[in-house]
Design a protein around this ligand. Structure first.
Ligand code: GLN
Length: 449
């Protein structure tokens, strides 16, 4: 069973923060019993899934890889977790991540450093690095991640697996610990487009508990769309994603994938998203602003870490937050508080939001010329553990190809498209118009074949 594989490799990979062995084995036995009794079960019944540790699981600790939530056991489950259970999937454990989903390497976890199964001296990416590493090491069959600026796609690329960031609103965020609420989305990860398609069918749909959720992306069975023909489709290559900073090997692999689409009968056209150059700045303004507000709730009063020593109430807040949050989280809170403060709001936050409108228009213009876009997911392959920890800006650059998608609320898929000279996986990103998940999955599936 899956735990045998976990026992064999987890000592090297360190993907999991919590294992739910007893509960999972009991659920598996129950599914076996129902199957033996001749009951017709949903297609994913009995499949083991790893859940990122910022998604609430009733009775099972949900830490966001933070000291702040080290002892937090939610009294309720996220909507997606309820949906997994109804579909018969078995949550086998909670996986590591960057603290509060802030980071690109999993090194911001308070608890452990997850390693890339393709090379244990390298990072798995982040923030959903535990999800991607667990899949690559066959420690799970499916996984859930969350993506605010690339956190599903970047680790999927580094670990050679498939990850989908759905259209904003496609999946309920109820029970996802909020980082930047206007950008966050939970999404499916797996080892093939078909696996990802099946999991997507389970988790999408309108939820009364999340006012931003919608039924527009829901399909009862996404597998039915996998064989849509790519012949006659138009594939857009946005030139800004192939420039400076993108390694030669990554560029060639992605351009070779575009050639594959040409061979399959698609037409490849060059398009332009000129605002891409400013996307990273806008992303760190908008996401940090929202994070500073969302993380205000962690004050040591109702839940979370409380400092042992303090003199006054203010002192208690200050000490709890000082001791409970790691450096990167503090950096984001300071940046976010700064861009929202009076006198700076117009210069930064308002400009960020204006940029967002501009970017949406540019994507709309691009999608008037093509069905989906193809870009690298990350400019490089997985970097070494420790390589970027002292240089936050170098770390942020890892997200340069992914953040535009969240700012514009679009769906995007990352999947493997080759290896570099060292044998490390290279990922390509397919970006679609809103609610174009079916198109992306069929295009991905056609490439896999
Ligand atoms: N790496 C990006 C950040 O640190 C993206 C994170 C994410 O998508 N959650 O903000």
């Amino acid at each position: 069973d899956i735990y045998a594989q976990i026992d064999a490799v987890e000592g090297q990979v360190d993907a999991y923060l919590t294992l739910c062995r007893e509960d999972a084995l009991a659920q598996a036995a129950e599914i076996d019993r129902r199957r033996a009794a001749g009951e017709k079960l949903p297609p994913l019944a009995g499949v083991p899934i790893a859940v990122k540790d910022n998604i609430c699981t009733e009775g099972v600790s949900t830490t966001c890889a933070s000291k702040m939530l080290e002892n937090f056991v939610p009294p309720y489950s996220a909507t997606v977790v309820d949906k997994l259970r109804q579909a018969g999937l078995i949550t086998i454990g909670k996986v590591n991540m960057d603290e509060f989903a802030m980071g690109s390497s999993c090194e911001n976890s308070h608890f452990k450093k997850t390693k890339n199964p393709h090379d244990l001296t390298r990072v798995p990416g982040g923030s959903s690095g535990g999800s991607a590493a667990a899949l690559a090491a066959c420690e799970a069959t499916l996984a859930l991640g969350s993506d605010t600026g690339g956190s599903i796609r970047q680790p999927a690329a580094f670990c050679g697996v498939v990850g989908l960031k759905p259209t904003y609103g496609a999946v309920s965020r109820y029970g996802l610990v909020a980082f930047a609420s206007s950008l966050d989305q939970i999404g499916p990860m797996g080892r093939s487009c078909e696996d990802v398609a099946m999991l997507l069918s389970v988790i999408t749909g309108k939820d009364e508990l999340d006012a931003t959720s919608t039924d527009c992306a829901h399909r009862d069975d996404y597998r039915a769309y996998l064989d849509q023909d790519v012949a006659g489709m138009r594939v857009g290559l946005p030139k800004e994603y192939f420039g400076e900073g993108v390694s030669q090997e990554v560029q060639s692999a992605v351009l070779a994938a575009a050639d594959t689409y040409r061979r399959l009968g698609a037409e490849v056209v060059e398009v332009s998203i000129p605002s891409t150059a400013h996307a990273l700045s806008a992303y760190y303004i908008i996401s940090s602003a929202e994070a500073s507000s969302n993380l205000a709730r962690f004050d040591g009063v109702k839940y979370g870490y409380r400092a042992k020593e303090y003199e006054s109430l203010t002192d208690m807040y200050v000490n709890s937050r000082t001791e409970g949050f790691g450096d990167e989280v503090k950096r984001r809170i300071m940046l976010g508080t700064y861009v929202l403060s009076s006198g700076y709001f117009d210069a930064y936050y308002k400009k960020g939001k204006a940029f967002q409108r501009q970017l949406c228009c540019e994507f709309e213009q691009a999608f008037a010329q093509c069905d989906f876009l193809i870009t690298p997911t990350v400019p490089t392959t997985a970097f070494k553990l420790g390589e970027n920890v002292d240089d936050p800006v170098a770390m942020y650059k890892s997200d340069i190809c992914t953040v535009t998608v969240n700012i514009a609320g679009l769906p995007a898929l990352s999947m493997p498209c080759g290896k570099d000279a060292a044998g490390l996986p290279i990922g390509m990103q397919l970006i679609g118009p809103k609610f174009g998940e079916d198109k992306l999955l069929s295009a991905g599936h056609a490439y896999e074949k």
